[in-house]
Design a protein around this ligand. Structure first.
Ligand SMILES: N[C@@H](CCC(=O)N[C@@H](CS)C(=O)NCC(=O)O)C(=O)O
Length: 243
């Protein structure tokens, strides 16, 4: 399909929209970030909300994507779909499925990172759950980050292609997703990440190679890359960080 990709996501944050956005940027795809466009251009949050109400295959929440007559929702599903359409997924069927599994596991890590600052209720303010957030963050820092990053590291080290990427011979959406969670964790929990970074040689190498991929490098310095902030998933609350 040669149609343009229309990505819909909240305009003020990287959030979960950043995962498919990175795939579209890395592939230099013809895409629009519709909720960030002006109303006059058919964009804006109101346009996104209207679609969420009236679409035949309604998404539960942003991000979602429209490509031709297809509507795809769920960040990991959108990333996998775009990558497969745009040549950023492995060719081999087993590798392609593994890349999808990695993307879904990355989404699990994202959900846990979100729950560090919202352990009790998604709809409650952070300030109303700070004590629980401290407890949750400690467990996340000490147990969950090493478990997830150790898993990524073992996959990269054990890739039978010896390509240095997570799966297959070339960079895929799995690597782009890993890049994004490493950036997010480093933003949110700098003390913890500095302390443990040296354990994960292979995945930091992937992070660096993704950042140097020319379309990604151009994107990261463009105004399209929204800075991390305290409305997104990865938030820097110093009281939730420690060595
Ligand atoms: N599992 C979904 C989660 C989608 C999601 O939670 N989106 C958030 C923004 S990052 C949202 O707008 N949620 C509204 C809600 O859950 O009511 C995905 O990975 O895309």
């Amino acid at each position: 399909m040669g149609e343009r990709f229309d990505l819909y996501y909240w305009p003020q944050i990287q959030g979960r929209g950043e995962f498919p956005r990175l795939v579209l940027e890395a592939a230099e795809a013809d895409y629009r970030d519709v909720a960030r466009l002006a109303d006059a251009e058919g964009g804006g949050v109101a346009a996104m909300m209207r679609l969420m109400e009236k679409a035949e295959r309604r998404p539960f929440a942003p991000p979602f994507l429209i490509h031709g007559n297809r509507l795809v929702s769920q960040a990991a599903e959108i990333s996998s779909y775009c990558a497969e359409e745009l040549g950023l997924a492995p060719q081999d069927e087993s590798d392609r499925l593994f890349a999808r599994s990695i993307a879904l596991t990355t989404a699990d890590l994202v959900a846990e990172a979100h729950d560090t600052h919202h352990p009790i209720g998604v709809g409650l303010y952070y300030e109303d759950q700070t004590l629980e957030a401290r407890r949750r963050s400690q467990e996340f820092r000490e147990e969950r980050i090493p478990k997830f990053l150790g898993w990524f590291e073992s996959i990269a080290a054990g890739n039978p292609q010896r390509s240095g990427w997570l799966v297959g011979e070339r960079m895929s959406h799995a690597d782009l997703g890993l890049f994004q969670v490493l950036e997010g964790l480093r933003y949110a929990l700098p003390r913890r990440m500095v302390n443990i970074e040296s354990r994960y040689r292979h995945i930091w190498d992937i992070r660096n190679r993704v950042a140097q991929h020319p379309p990604v490098a151009r994107y990261l310095t463009s105004s399209r890359r929204i800075p991390f902030n305290e409305n997104g998933i990865f938030r820097r609350y110093p009281e939730l960080d420690a060595d």
